[in-house]
Unconditional design. Structure first.
Length: 114
């Protein structure tokens, strides 16, 4: 069974940067999309960034220009580079891979606070 393991979360000051990683336990074929979601306390889970199998990339308006999604097929990994972090970016971040089945990471906490 495929597992997605996330890392890279933590506490950072406003204006700082973090890089999240999501590594699959095995190669996933027929990937339709790879994405990052986040869920803040008391709020619904929201899409942050998505990269389709065809290479189309899109971001939530709130993170455009600050976050970058990338993948490394050789390493079965997905990344989210987050720059100029704001307190409102505080949330649990989840990676998601959609192929014939849908896979979720366990989530990693990102806290932006001074």
């Amino acid at each position: 069974q495929v597992q997605l393991v996330e890392s890279g979360g933590g506490l950072v000051q406003p204006g700082g940067s973090l890089r999240l990683s999501c590594t699959a336990s095995t190669r996933i074929f027929r990937v339709n999309s790879m994405s990052w979601y986040r869920q803040a306390p008391g709020k619904e889970r929201e899409l942050v960034a998505i990269r389709t199998g065809g290479g189309v990339i899109d971001y939530a308006d709130s993170v455009k220009g600050r976050f970058t999604i990338a993948s490394d097929n050789e390493k079965n990994s997905l990344y989210l580079q987050m720059n100029s972090l704001k307190p409102e970016d505080t949330a649990v971040y989840y990676c998601n891979i959609q192929s014939l089945r849908q896979y979720w990471g366990q989530g990693t906490q990102v806290t932006v606070s001074s």
